[in-house]
Write a protein that binds this ligand. Structure first.
Ligand code: NAD
Length: 245
């Protein structure tokens, strides 16, 4: 479904981002995984050796426009184009309002929102020249319901939905589609580390009866990146088993 398309995936070194990278590679894409540290990028690349001619690693500071531009141009130079950007890197926190410092609030905002803006701008400049492209964002179920602590995180995911819908309208004339995927509770390292009875309790509250797998989420990213979604833009696709909290 993605033969010969080139994708950059931020936060591509583990969890949902790594699952997206694997699916994209299986579907014939060229992939650049962007991580925050060279060591974690190398580790992820080690696990993707079978695709070594179609995968590379980058680790720009996602909040530094010049570093992001340079890294994205290096991807275009190596693989010939930049067709898909997946803004997936994100941080969460469960801090209560009374304990939040402005610095901690800004840290969540910087990666989850400002970096999405900076990476989207750099990618869109390249995509506009090419005449087409796809920008995909990882939102969250909390972008609909909020959450009872760690208010910065849901605030950023509401913002991600806002960026998605706005950029879809702004960039359509340049041939660029913009969509988001909103996962529910997904079994990445953090969820996998929870005690089994906690996971069972969470699962019991989800109509489909289980937490999501990274692959469940990655499949939605494959569809939205592909030409099968060529008339889909400005949407936030929920992949959450109909969870509501
Ligand atoms: P994760 O912690 O396993 O992955 C987060 C990724 O972001 C990692 O690859 C990490 O290297 C990267 N990252 C963190 N800080 C960074 C920084 N400063 N600069 C660059 N990259 C940085 O978590 P995940 O669950 O795979 O999360 C991926 C996305 O999915 C996030 O946007 C998260 O908000 C969203 N999400 C996750 C769930 C879930 O239940 N796991 C649910 C809804 C949404």
């Amino acid at each position: 479904m993605l033969k010969n398309k080139t994708a950059v995936i931020t936060g591509g070194t583990r969890g949902i981002g790594l699952a997206i990278a694997k699916k994209y590679l299986e579907q014939g894409a060229f992939v650049a995984i962007a991580g925050s540290k060279q060591e974690t990028v190398e580790k992820a690349l080690d696990g993707l050796k079978e695709y070594k001619n179609r995968v590379m690693g980058i680790c720009p500071d996602l909040c530094d426009p010049a570093a992001v531009e340079k890294a994205f141009l290096s991807v275009k130079e190596k693989f010939g184009s930049l067709d898909v950007l997946v803004n997936n890197a994100g941080v969460s926190s469960a801090t209560k309002l009374y304990d939040y410092t402005p610095e901690e609030f800004s840290k969540v905002l910087d990666l989850n929102v400002k970096a999405v803006f900076i990476c989207s701008q750099a990618a869109a400049r390249i995509m506009r020249e090419q005449g087409c492209g796809v920008i995909l964002n990882t939102s969250s179920m909390v972008s609909e319901y909020g959450q009872p602590s760690g208010c910065a995180y849901p605030a950023t995911k509401f913002a991600v939905n806002g960026l998605t819908k706005s950029l879809a309208r702004e960039l359509a004339k340049d041939g660029i589609r913009v969509n988001a995927v909103a996962p529910g509770v997904t079994k990445t390292d953090m969820v996998a580390a929870l005690p089994a009875d906690t996971v069972a309790r969470i699962s019991a509250g989800i109509p489909l009866g289980r937490v999501g797998e990274p692959d469940d989420v990655a499949e939605a990213f494959v569809y939205l990146a592909s030409d099968k979604a060529s008339y889909v833009t400005g949407t936030v696709l929920k992949v959450d088993g109909a969870a509501m909290t």
